[in-house]
Design a protein around this ligand. Structure first.
Ligand code: SF4
Ligand code: SF4
Length: 187
């Protein structure tokens, strides 16, 4: 496999590695999490109208809801901007606080930000949100290194404005030969 071909595989491998980390490390911790992200404090949830209407059980039309919101009579935990809605400060209505679970889990209506949090692929990098207590940066770096193989090393940097957001990037090790796809992934 050429170097160019192997590079094209990296985003897919990173996405798979991030998803595997979520499944193996993050999700098992959710039931015992001391600061569940679904309480939306401090996190902000981005939604389109369909998601907001379904999850917040809004019965009125969108124009009517928007009018209420802009006049200050809408739900205080919802803000509108750029055609989207942002929920913050109160638990998501789909969050089952007793069961520590999501009532729309596995459904198409679930916002993509929920599935991505706290570790997700972003182009040729992986972003980790350290506000999730299940994420251990050193362990995640080791996980990613194992996923991409010895031809690459993982470098990381914190977002200047939001230092809890860490970008993990993949760099080819100097002199490494073109890599073939690794056999199998960590479970
Ligand atoms: S913050 Fe992390 S561990 Fe806690 S509920 Fe959210 S994803 Fe799960
Ligand atoms: S939709 Fe589900 S995963 Fe997303 S914030 Fe609400 S309860 Fe949590």
């Amino acid at each position: 496999m050429s170097r160019r071909e192997s590079r094209r595989l990296l985003p897919q491998e990173l996405a798979a590695a991030a998803a595997a980390y979520q499944a193996a490390v993050v999700i098992p911790h959710c039931a015992e999490c001391s600061k569940p992200c679904c309480r939306l404090d401090p996190l902000v949830l981005e939604l389109d109208w369909k998601q907001l209407k379904t999850i917040w059980l809004i019965e009125e039309s969108r124009p009517a809801f928007d009018r209420k919101l802009s006049s200050g009579k809408g739900p205080e935990d919802i803000r509108a901007a750029g055609g989207l809605y942002f929920a913050h400060g109160k638990p998501c209505p789909a969050y089952d606080q007793a069961g520590h679970s999501c009532r729309v889990y596995g459904q198409e209506i679930k916002p993509v930000g929920c599935s991505d949090f706290p570790v997700y692929e972003d182009g040729s990098s992986v972003v980790a949100d350290l506000r999730c207590e299940a994420v251990n940066l050193d362990a995640l770096i080791a996980w990613m290194a194992d996923a991409v193989g010895p031809e690459f090393r993982i470098v990381h940097s914190a977002n200047e404005e939001f230092p809890f957001l860490i970008t993990l990037s993949v760099r080819r090790v100097a002199g490494a030969a073109a890599v073939s796809k690794r056999p199998g992934k960590r479970k």
